[in-house]
Structure formats: structure tokens, C-alpha cells
Design a protein around this ligand. Sequence first.
Ligand SMILES: Cc1cc2nc3c(=O)[nH]c(=O)nc-3n(C[C@H](O)[C@H](O)[C@H](O)COP(=O)(O)OP(=O)(O)OC[C@H]3O[C@@H](n4cnc5c(N)ncnc54)[C@H](O)[C@@H]3O)c2cc1C
Length: 356
Amino acid sequence: MLEPPLVKVAIVGGGVMGCTSALVLAGRGADVVVLERAIPGAEASSAAAGILGAQVELHGSAEDAALFVRARDGWKAWADALRDATGIDIGYRLTGVLRVARSETEHAEVAREAAWQAGLGLRAPLLDAAAARQIEPELAGDVVAAVHFPDDTQVDPPALLRALMASLARSARITVRSGITVQRLIVERERCVGVAIDEGALHADAVLLAAGSWSSLVLGVPASLPVVRPVRGQMVLLEERPPRVCSIVFGAGAYVVPRGDGRVLCGSTMEHAGYRKEVTAAGVHAILGGALACVPSLGGAQLAGTWSNFRPHVEGRSALVGASPLPGLFLATGHHRNGILLSKLTADAVADAVLA
Ligand SMILES: Cc1cc2nc3c(=O)[nH]c(=O)nc-3n(C[C@H](O)[C@H](O)[C@H](O)COP(=O)(O)OP(=O)(O)OC[C@H]3O[C@@H](n4cnc5c(N)ncnc54)[C@H](O)[C@@H]3O)c2cc1C
């Protein structure tokens, strides 16, 4: 027989944040319901490239370095745990990332990045063109240098979401309700005590807001919280036969992510386009232009698909995680470009806050 639950948690949103938080909370004894208005995982979380880019995504922020690196370094164990629980391989592959330079200005930038990260104690060697080509022979002839992040890695987000869903289904403490839109938070005596859905009130001891780019649209969210806005990212999927590219390559304006089986994801735009999910001619042009400039042999690959989705972005913040100004309401949203990377660490922090 199950122990009585410590707390009942209602989670708004079934993306990587909601699903991972549900698993961690249930693993620590909470009773959880995930409320997803459509299909769990079908928005940003499955659209992502899956780069666990702790170092390539730092962009000069020493503040983020420890958190990002800790998040990345926990992924091997998390991938193993999900595979052991479900039999699903989430595509964790230590491919490393090369940020390449194709001009003297870019050379100076990657040299600065390499020196700065080395100063933080991170592995980020600056490579000349020959050394970079040893790691990735498909690099363009005009690549003059690269900074190498050998410890940055990747997972395959659709496989990750399948594994999360399979784990959720195995837990007696978790209910996933698809097709349920949370209309508003229920607030009584200045405390969030549940959510309103079509069929009425659903009461809970704690509510976790994990609605991605739609988080600020849920009525009742405190006005004092920073607004989460969508930043559209378009993606292009290529298929190489046989597979040739082996490292993740970042160039100016585009990146290339080989899955190892011939699939190569190319991304991505950063657009303030509201909630318009179009894949545009200009977007695909920019992505393929940037990708082929770094890896010209991809010009012969088959175009296998395109899609777009919305990164949840909060101006000036890397995410909103943990307790909120409204008692009873907790947050796991606003992770922008690094939501896959940070999902497990976020879920751990949320569980600490909810169960404190
Ligand atoms: C093109 C692209 C590439 C990316 N690449 C990477 C990458 O390489 N590495 C990385 O770490 N991150 C990457 N990201 C970012 C990452 O995908 C996101 O930060 C992360 O998926 C956000 O997860 P989430 O659960 O907050 O949001 P989502 O996955 O969008 O989930 C939110 C869910 O909430 C549901 N919802 C919304 N409102 C309601 C409501 N009122 N009631 C019920 N349900 C609701 C939605 O239907 C949705 O399923 C990328 C994103 C994009 C778009």
C-alpha cells in the first residue's frame, strides 16, 4: 500500500519542465497531476536541438557557468536512469562542440572565449584550422580556428520526451491529463490553492507553473512576476547518406547537430514573432546559409523536414525557478535556449522548494 502523499501538486504544462518535475516530485512522495492542454511534450521541448551546451551557451556569463556545467554533468546519470526505467535510449552522445571562426574578427572572438573559459577552469582549447579539422573533417576550407568544448554534449529531445512519458505512466503517484487547459489560478486568502479547468476547480497544496511560453497567459499569475515571452526558433532537418559530420558545429548565425545516424539538425532563428509558428523562407535561408558555410558537404544532404516553436524567454533572467511571490505557487519556466540542459536540475530545485 502507498504511504499517504505528503502534498498534492497540480502542474500546469506537460513539457520537459512539467514532466521532469512530476517525476522528481512523485519520486519524493508527492501526489502529482500534470495538466496539459494538448499533447505532452509537443511544443518547445520536442522542437529543441537537444544540445547540452553548458559551455557554448555561456556567452560571457560567469554567473551561469557553475549551474550550466553542473546541469550538463548530471545528464549521463539521468539518461541511464531513464533507460533503465523505460528501455528508451534518449540519444545521450558526447559529441563535443566546435565554435568555428571564419574571419580574423571571429578568430579574436573564439580566442577570447577560450582564454576566458580556461580561466574558469573549463576545458576549452583554442585550435588552429588543422587541429579543428582533425576533430571535424567536414569543416569548410575557410575555417581559420575554433574553440573546442569537448565536454558539451547532446540528447535527442523527442526520445527524451518519450522516455519521460513512459516513466510518468509507470508511476502510481502521477496522473497526466491531456486536453485540459488551465484557465486560471485559484487564489484564496492570498494563497494559490488550485487551478480552474473546464470542468471546475481542481484543488492542490501546491501549483507548479510550467507552461513554457504561455506561462504569463494563465490568469491569476502575480503581476509582479516578470513576463515570459515567446522567441521563435526555426529548425531544418537534413539527412546525410552516409553520415559524415560527427561534432556539433556552431558558426556565426547557425549550428549543426549530427545525431550519428545520418540525421543532422540545423538551427536556429531567434525571432520575436508572437505565437506565429510558421517556418519562413527567410528563416530556412538563414539557417541553411549559415550551416553550409561551416559544413559545405551538407549541401548534398536530403532536406527531411522543418519546424518551429517558441523558447520561453524572460528579459534579464536565465529562468524563473522555485517559490513565487504568491504562496502555494511555484515556478519552472522561462528557460529560453537552455531548457533541455536545465530540466533535471530545475526539477530537483522545484521539488526542494515545494517539499521544504
Ligand atoms: C528551435 C528550438 C531549439 C532549441 N534548442 C535547445 C537546445 O539545443 N538545448 C536546450 O537546452 N534547449 C533548447 N531549446 C529550448 C527548450 O526547448 C525550452 O527551453 C524548453 O523545452 C522549455 O520547456 P517547457 O516545458 O518550459 O515548455 P514547453 O515544452 O513549451 O511546454 C509547455 C507546455 O505547457 C502547455 N500549456 C501552455 N499553457 C497551458 C495551459 N494554460 N494549460 C495547460 N497546458 C498549457 C503547452 O501546451 C506545452 O505543452 C530550444 C527551443 C527551440 C524552440
